[in-house]
Design a protein around this ligand. Structure first.
Ligand code: GDP
Length: 426
């Protein structure tokens, strides 16, 4: 059976923890989109890890971890990550990399930095990992697939061809030094050595695995609102964050995705620019940021403080719908235990009218939150294993959110560890 684990919000919902937890019963975990621009934080018996490229299941010895064709593959980062986990005592993971995955080229990272510099204050808040230039080149059909590393003559010729335009832009638009084709070719040969042991036809591998009845997890990055089509364009990421794209980015039939576990965080956080209707500021935000997640709400890749907000029913209802949610995993609920009262955003007021439908970006910019306040539960809920044992106000909060978003909350996460989970039949 194939299940997807995806986010309903702006990312950082705790997908890593949920994937890591579900991976216990999985045979294969696939990353199907995105690159090393976002990260997952995972806490387990080996320690605490920030993964950017490897799927969250690498900590089990029974799973195969796959980098699908939809991923923006930064080869040196992948290898640094493999080393960092084996250095901390985790057994060497079984890893496969799609021969159709495309490579983040060194110049993609440069172009990302130079473009942010050029845009100055009007930048999109890129993490400068080369992701936007990478996907632009992929769709402009001048990207490099992993398979292309294995034909040196063709590779040399293509590098020279692609560098003609890259160097014109580097020298004229950004006033930076041109790239040498020979040096780039040598770098690619190093990449080839690093990736060679792992390369395979992933879609064929998965086809066989599905036929054999294997359990497969598709692990998404970021969340619905960062999807280039359905999110808050243009403040989005460059590849689809939706479960539907899992079929494409892994290379499997769409009808095989039977379960879509959408991860929803009990409050809101976001990174980068863009409208964020339920955002809070000042001391109120600082306190939630400091208490949030596991050790504060700071970017796993960048260390940037995240923007904070109350739970947003409008954005989450939409985020769950667009994912095709079958199950909601409601995470980081334990963090809210300090609040006397918990505001929740239940509607958007736009031009004097209240709506619960998530609007397109230009209307979203005008939206003001309509808040409803629920009573807090004022205690630590970590360690609780049964839904009935949660404080009444905590259950009311969950049930209120469930009703507003219209999708069943079947898992409640009350701590960062694998075992901090309460299953529930909604
Ligand atoms: P992802 O990108 O969606 O995987 O999310 P991140 O890893 O960026 O952020 C989630 C953070 O919250 C991590 O630090 C997790 O360890 C932590 N986390 C996940 N679930 C819970 C939870 O239920 N409670 C608490 N306190 N922390 C959690």
């Amino acid at each position: 059976m194939v299940q997807a684990v995806v986010g309903a919000n702006w990312g950082d919902e705790g997908k890593g923890k949920i994937t890591d937890m579900l991976a216990e019963k999985a045979d294969i975990i696939v990353r199907f989109q995105g690159g090393a621009n976002a990260g997952h934080t995972i806490v387990n018996d080996y320690g605490k890890f920030a993964l950017h490229t490897l799927p969250s299941g690498v900590f089990y010895d029974h799973t195969t971890s796959i980098i699908g064709n939809g991923v923006a593959l930064n080869i040196p980062i992948l290898f640094k990550e493999i080393k960092s986990i084996t250095d901390q005592g985790v057994p060497a993971p079984k890893i496969l990399v799609s021969d159709r995955a495309q490579i983040v080229m060194p110049y993609h990272i440069l172009f990302d930095q130079y473009e942010e510099e050029r845009l100055g204050g009007k930048s999109f808040g890129s993490t400068k990992s080369g992701i936007a230039p990478f996907y632009s080149d992929k769709y402009a059909k001048i990207g490099f697939q992993v398979s292309e590393l294995f034909d040196e003559e063709l590779l040399k010729e293509k590098i020279e061809r692609v560098l003609v335009t890259k160097n014109i832009i580097l020298e004229n638009l950004y006033k930076k030094p041109a790239i040498d084709a020979g040096e780039l070719f040598e770098t690619m040969m190093e990449y080839k050595k690093m990736v060679e042991p792992y390369v395979c036809d992933v879609s064929a591998f998965l086809w066989d695995a599905i036929k054999e009845g294997k359990n497969i997890l598709l692990e998404g990055q970021l969340g619905s609102l960062k999807d280039p089509d359905h999110g808050i364009y243009p403040m989005v990421t460059s590849s689809s964050t939706l479960a539907a794209y899992g079929a494409i980015g892994a290379g499997i039939p769409p009808y095989e995705i039977k379960k879509i576990v959408t991860v929803v965080k009990a409050y809101s956080s976001a990174v980068g620019a863009g409208a964020f209707v339920s955002e809070i500021f000042g001391d109120e935000a600082d306190e939630l940021r400091r208490r949030g997640g596991d050790g504060g709400e700071y970017g796993a890749t960048t260390g940037r403080p995240r923007r904070m907000g109350w739970f947003d029913c409008v954005a989450t209802k939409y985020g769950c719908r667009i994912q095709g949610t079958t199950d909601v995993a409601f995470t980081v609920l334990d963090v809210l235990g300090y609040l006397d009262e918990i505001p929740v955003c239940v509607g958007y007021e736009i031009d004097g009218e209240v709506t619960t439908d998530f609007p397109t970006t230009y209307r979203l910019e005008k939206a003001k939150p309509v808040l409803k306040t629920l009573p807090g539960w004022k205690c630590d809920i970590r360690g609780i294993k049964k839904y009935e044992d949660l404080p009444e106000n905590c259950r009311k909060y969950i049930e209120f959110v469930e009703k507003e978003i219209g999708f069943p909350i079947t898992m409640v996460s009350n701590g960062p560890k694998r075992s901090d989970i309460i299953y529930r039949n909604a």
